[in-house]
Design a protein around this ligand. Structure first.
Ligand code: DGL
Length: 286
């Protein structure tokens, strides 16, 4: 049973909150908006027994069309907000931040910080048979070349083709998903150059893109799509020392703007996540 208590969504497991808090690692998960929910969904699927604080920077989405300096400034404020909530580790549920400033964040904040690039790159290398991997991402992510660099570090001789898809995030944040004709046309426009190539594995390199899995999959039949949230969630407990218990993970949701629309899109698209209570915060004050 799901309970809504004091701004938090909790599962009623019959275990006292104090007992759980003592045993569980509190992790922070953040993204520019809704996209990180696709990572959160996978973290909860593969990891019971955590306390999670989710932050979506809905006031400043999209990040991916901004300069690396601006993205880093936003990401630092996101991290400082999560640290103020007492998190002991951070998951960057954002391809753009992971691609452009994870090293900076790791050098400034001395807690474990995990991004999506490393787990996704090793999973893509494991999946590909042709050795040609595609990467869809935001403009900042594709320009950074971060996926290609990490794939090259993990395995020699792989070909990587990046495609920037800057319109996907605004479409998704506004609820234009899957079978909407504008979305289908945009998918076709961006992906036509990689259709009928020898790419056999496609990294959905932005955490928003799993909302378009069916549309992308239908346009590129036979290509295996990699959800970077799944790759990260499966490796989470190896990458970060976690203390878990047997109860389901609890999630508290925070956004920087328009909590109602975040809640309705999250509930409509990701019914595994009980996004019942969402709190709005002023991210500029962090
Ligand atoms: N979901 C993010 C990513 O993975 C951010 C997209 C954006 O805000 O542009 O890149």
């Amino acid at each position: 049973m799901v309970l809504e208590t004091n701004g938090r969504v909790c599962y009623n497991t019959g275990i006292e909150e104090t007992e759980r808090d003592m045993e569980r690692t509190k992790i922070g998960v953040f993204d520019s908006g809704l996209g990180g929910l696709t990572v959160l969904n996978e973290i909860c699927r593969y990891n019971d027994g955590l306390d999670i604080i989710y932050f979506g920077d809905t006031a400043r989405v999209p990040y991916g069309s901004r300069s690396p300096e601006t993205i880093a400034r936003y990401a630092e404020q996101d991290v400082r907000f999560l640290l103020a909530q007492g998190v002991e580790a951070i998951v960057i549920a954002c391809g753009t931040v992971s691609a452009t400033c994870i090293d900076l964040l790791r050098s400034r904040y001395r807690i474990p910080i995990l991004g999506v690039i490393e787990p996704a790159a090793s999973e893509a290398v494991r999946m590909t048979k042709t050795g040609h991997i595609g990467v869809l991402g935001t403009k900042a992510t594709v320009q950074s070349g971060a996926y290609a660099k990490e794939i090259g570090r993990v395995s020699e001789g792989k070909r990587v083709t990046g495609v920037a898809c800057p319109l996907f995030v605004p479409l998704i944040e506004n609820g234009f998903v899957e079978d909407d004709p504008i979305t289908l046309l945009t998918v076709e426009r961006y992906l036509a150059p990689i259709r009928n190539t020898d790419i056999d594995t496609l990294i959905l390199g932005c955490t928003h893109y799993p909302f378009l899995t069916n549309a992308i999959g239908a346009f590129l039949p036979g290509v295996r799509l990699l959800n970077i949230g799944t790759a990260l969630a499966q490796k989470l407990s190896h990458a970060i020392p976690l203390q878990k218990n047997d109860a389901p993970s609890d999630v508290a949701y925070y956004v920087s703007d328009d909590d109602a629309s975040f809640r309705s899109i999250a509930n409509a698209r990701l019914d595994a996540i009980p996004a019942g209570v969402v709190q709005k915060i002023n991210i500029e004050s962090y």
